[in-house]
Structures are given as structure tokens and as C-alpha cells.
Design a protein around this ligand. Structure first.
Ligand code: TEU
Ligand code: CA
Length: 541
């Protein structure tokens, strides 16, 4: 008997950034009813789980990652009734829904903070982090991580914007209040959470140990025991600062604190080490392959991985890792290489039709991280053009432009001017057009997901790089006792000769063009394919 595996290991997750998915009430802002009207589109792609970025009450300083009331829905997205309706329709469609859980910080407009900043002896004072003197820690969104509070003559700590004060996780009262809130949402019937920057909650500010701090395991264990333990849910922790080894520990099969985590090693390879995301460096495919190899090996039969190339903080995958002159082919190639691995696949809205990044005028950008960085870099003497080059490559608004549904005004996203400009390529690149094409990216993703679910090798097979030091080809072999797959992805616009004749008896399961003959292999530009072989059943039994 084959071992039964947890449902979330075979699930395909689709991330919705609600501001930019679909507007239903003519205000240029995506909303819950808009999502509700597009469930067929998601379901038809082969999606099992929707991850909804934050829709809670928020002043939207950081697009909802600054929550002022965890128990309310932001009216720009709809009502609690709309939310319950959405959850119920998602379930009726045989899908599940996970929500974003942002508990490293709140908004400064959260009632807790409004109280806390009043006086040093306020009962909520200790829900946040206060010091007489700031230390050198800098905010992720530029400038010091400390802001002075005149009323109490102390500084509060905020690793993100000054409207996102960090919660004091060392306070047990705060922790219990958070767990209670988590349980209220789970009791409503949602199927889990994506936990925002959860690697930060165990931090020790004074020793400057922030990510993966000394208390991380303790607090995650406690949260697990209070909230997750007896529920069949998916929990995925966003942990930008966690090592691969620690990722494996936290998701270990004996006592997993979380189902899986987002580990970011592959995401930081196109920046100059130590200089942050805006210092651009060309991606070295060998480094890229090595990171995935390490992830696949380290987590194999120990922890569990999540497979992603992009999200609402990252540039569009095809613009970053693919090639826009081969947009369709390279979008499919990236998906094949990524989703052929072990782990739970994540698709970010628009990735399934190969949406691309934007090069806007400065005045068109909305993202606080981008705008703060621009000011900060200008002040430090950087030139406008150089800053813009970084923004084009890495700015978060690249992935936040509205989903391009069709070629009508505002791309069918809304019938009024949207909150952020549409990518000007929407007439050529939109869901309606993509779906109508026989060889569409959407249909390719769909077929890929069908194949993934059909063969157990995708969740069980070993992983081995083939030609590991090849600079343009990403090839790997996966094996179980009686199956094998060879996954090929070319990151080159040239034809490449390579010897893969030992796999010539493998059958092609899927490819982005005519399958090539592995006896005399010449790999076309941005080619991808998965080849499959089943060992003779009797030979193994
Ligand atoms: O992101 C965490 C995080 O580390 C990002 O801020 C990241 O550093 C940056 O986007 C890379 O440039 C999460 C959310 O996904 C993000 O949208 C929020 O802004 C952030 O936390 C604060 O809640
Ligand atoms: Ca709306």
C-alpha cells in the first residue's frame, strides 16, 4: 500500500492579490465579489486552494499588510457577508481558501496601538516594542526602524513602515489574544493561513537578531498547540530570512510547526550579496540550480517545500527569469522546471497567462517600499535613471498591476480608472486572448497540473541534477522505485547540443513544442519537456 499523503502536498495554490484581481462595483479596486465572479477561471485551471492576500480592515499604507482590525473586512473589499459568501462558494466549487495572517505587526491605527501610545502605563503598552534610545536597525522600507512618540517620550519599533508597529511577541497576553483571533477565523471554516514574515516573531531586538530569532520555535510551537494542532489545515510561513536547513527543521515530518514555508534562497540570487534587492546582478543559472538542488535534497523525506517564483512582492517571473522575446515559451518553461520538483506549487495571479512587469513613470508607482527607496537613494546621491532601472527590475508594483482579463478598456478589470495603471500591453496580452489560443500558457499550466496529479513521482521522487554545471540548461531526473521523469528546461535563445541518449526510451508527457528526439538531442530555444518512463512492474515486484 502506498502511504496516504496530506492533501496539501498535492494541492495547487493560486494567490490572489485582491486589490488587482477583479473590480465588481465600479470603484477601480478589486474586491471580494469580483473574486467570486471569477471562480470558474481559477477552478478550471486546476487550482485546489486560493490564498487571499489581506482583506482585513486597514488604512492601506502597505496595501493591507497594515491591519487595524483583524476581525473586520476592509469596506473597499466588501463586507463580512461577502467574505462568508466567498468562502462558501469556494468550498462549493471543491476548492479551499487560506487567508493571510499578518501578526508580526499591526497598523498604527489598530486600537491596541492607539491605546499603547497614550501612556507608559496603558494596559496595551506592552503589546508593542518601546525603547528610550533607538539602535541602528533600519526599516525594510528605508530609514530607521524607530519612530519617536512625543506623548510618552519613547521610540517604538517598526521593521516595516512607521505605520506598521511591530507587536511585542514576548508578551504572553498579546500572544493569547492573537491565538484567539486565529481560532475565530479557523472556526469560520477557512482552511489555513499564509503567515506573513513569521520568521520575525522570535526576534531579539537588542542583540539585533531579527529573522529566525531565539524565540521562533517556542512561539511557533505555542501557536501550533493553540490553533493548528487538531485541524486539517494548510499553514505556509513566509520566512524571507530562514536558511534551507531550518526550513527543513520547521516543517519536519515528525513534529511540523507549519505545513510548509516560503524559503527565499532562489529569490536573492540576482542581487549583489549583502547589498539588498535593488543592487542588480545577472542571474547565474548554475547558482539557481544549486539552490533548488539544495532545497530538494535537504527537504526530501524530512520537511516540505513550496514551489514559487513570484508573488505580490516579487517581479513577474517571465520578466525576471524568462525572456520576453520568447514570452509564451519561456513562461511554460519556467512553470515546467519549477512545478516538476517536489513541493506544493504556487501560482501568482496572472502568471498563468504570462503577465509581464512594467516600466512606469515614477508618478505611476504606488508601492511604499519603492517610493521610500526612491527618496532615500536620491538623497544618498544615486541618479534618477539608475534608481528607475532598479525599480523596473525589482519594484513590487511589477506584479501588482491589475489582472488583464480582455482587451476592452481597463483590461476588463474595472469599468473605471483602476487604483494603479494597467500594464499597457493588455490589448495583446490578456486572459481572453490566451484562453482562445490553442497553445496558450493557461492551457499548458492546466495540463501540467493534471499530469502532476496523475503521477505519484511528482510528490515522491528523488531529485538529481543532470549536467549540473551547464549554464543554459536546467535538467533534472527524478525517480521512484518504478517510475522516472526527466525534466528539461532551456534558459537560452540558442539551439544547444547535448547528449541525453541514455533517456531515449522515455516518453514525452508534455512539452512547449514538438518533442525532440533524445537520441540526437538538439535543444531548441526555451524548450521544455517532461519525459517519463515506467519500469516494468514485474521486474520490481
Ligand atoms: O513581505 C516580507 C518581506 O520581507 C518583504 O517586505 C520583502 O522584504 C520585500 O517585499 C522585498 O522587497 C511581507 C509581505 O509579503 C509584504 O507585502 C509586506 O509589505 C511585508 O511583509 C510587511 O507586512
Ligand atoms: Ca471594487
Amino acid at each position: 500500500m502506498e502511504k496516504k499523503i496530506e492533501w496539501w502536498k498535492n494541492a495547487i495554490v493560486y494567490q490572489i492579490y485582491p486589490l488587482s484581481f477583479k473590480d465588481s462595483n465600479h470603484d477601480g479596486i478589486g474586491d471580494l465579489n469580483g473574486i467570486n465572479s471569477k471562480l470558474d477561471y481559477i477552478k478550471n485551471l486546476g487550482i485546489d486552494v486560493i490564498w487571499l492576500s489581506p482583506v482585513y480592515q486597514s488604512p492601506m499604507d502597505d496595501n493591507g499588510y497594515d491591519i487595524s482590525d483583524y476581525k473586520r473586512i476592509n469596506p473597499i473589499f466588501g463586507t463580512m457577508e461577502d467574505m462568508e459568501n466567498l468562502v462558501s462558494n469556494i468550498h462549493k466549487n471543491g476548492m479551499k481558501i487560506i487567508m493571510d495572517l499578518v501578526v508580526n505587526h499591526t497598523s498604527d491605527e489598530h486600537q491596541w496601538f492607539i491605546e499603547a501610545k497614550k501612556s507608559k502605563d496603558n494596559p496595551y503598552r506592552d503589546y508593542y516594542i518601546w525603547r528610550d534610545q533607538p539602535n541602528q536597525i533600519q526599516s525594510v522600507f528605508s530609514g530607521p526602524a524607530w519612530t519617536y512618540n512625543e506623548a510618552t517620550k519613547q521610540y517604538y519599533f517598526h521593521l516595516f513602515s512607521n505605520k506598521q508597529p511591530d507587536l511585542n511577541w514576548h508578551n504572553p497576553k498579546l500572544r493569547l489574544e492573537i491565538y484567539q483571533m486565529i481560532n475565530e477565523w479557523l472556526d469560520k471554516g477557512i482552511d489555513g493561513f499564509r503567515l506573513d514574515v513569521i520568521d520575525l516573531i522570535g526576534k531579539d531586538i537588542d542583540s539585533m537578531s531579527l529573522s529566525d530569532g531565539p524565540y521562533l520555535n517556542q512561539y511557533l510551537q505555542e501557536m501550533h498547540d493553540h490553533c493548528f494542532k487538531n485541524r486539517d489545515i494548510l499553514t505556509v510561513g513566509e520566512m524571507p530570512g530562514l536558511s534551507i536547513k531550518r526550513a527543513s527543521e520547521i516543517t519536519n515530518q515528525k513534529n511540523p510547526l507549519l505545513s510548509m514555508i516560503f524559503q527565499f534562497s532562489h529569490i536573492s540570487l540576482d542581487e549583489i550579496p549583502g547589498q539588498g534587492k535593488w543592487a542588480l546582478k545577472k542571474l547565474d543559472l548554475v547558482e539557481f540550480k544549486n539552490v533548488f538542488n539544495k532545497l530538494q535534497q535537504t527537504l526530501f523525506e524530512k520537511g516540505w517545500n513550496s514551489l514559487f517564483l513570484t508573488n505580490h512582492d516579487q517581479p513577474r517571473a517571465v520578466s525576471r527569469f524568462g525572456n520576453l522575446s520568447f514570452r509564451k515559451k519561456s513562461s511554460k518553461m519556467l512553470a515546467t522546471v519549477l512545478y516538476g520538483m517536489q513541493g506544493t506549487p504556487y501560482v501568482f495571479q496572472g502568471e498563468e497567462i504570462g503577465m509581464t512587469g512594467v516600466q512606469f513613470e515614477l508618478s505611476q508607482y504606488k508601492d511604499i517600499e519603492t517610493l521610500n527607496m526612491y527618496r532615500d537613494h536620491l538623497q544618498k546621491g544615486y541618479k534618477h535613471d539608475d534608481i528607475m532601472t532598479s525599480i523596473y527590475a525589482k519594484g513590487r508594483d511589477n506584479s501588482r498591476t491589475p489582472l488583464q482579463w480582455d482587451d476592452t478598456q481597463n483590461a476588463g478589470f474595472s469599468d473605471v480608472q483602476p487604483w494603479i495603471d494597467i500594464n499597457p500591453n493588455y490589448k495583446e496580452l490578456n486572459a481572453k486572448k490566451d484562453l482562445a489560443e490553442k497553445d496558450s500558457i493557461y492551457n499548458y499550466f492546466k495540463e501540467l497540473f493534471t499530469i502532476r496529479k496523475k503521477y505519484r513521482i511528482f510528490d515522491q521522487g528523488t531529485f538529481e541534477l543532470i549536467y549540473p554545471s551547464h549554464h543554459e540548461l536546467f535538467i533534472y531526473l527524478r525517480k521512484t522505485k518504478n517510475e522516472a521523469i526527466l525534466v528539461i528546461g532551456s534558459f537560452s535563445e540558442n539551439r544547444i547540443e547535448i547528449d541525453l541518449s541514455e533517456y531515449s526510451q522515455y516518453q514525452c508527457l508534455i512539452t512547449n513544442e514538438t518533442p525532440i528526439d533524445l537520441k540526437q538531442t538538439v535543444i531548441p530555444p526555451y524548450y521544455c519537456a517532461i519525459y517519463y518512463k515506467k519500469e516494468d512492474y514485474h521486474a520490481n515486484h
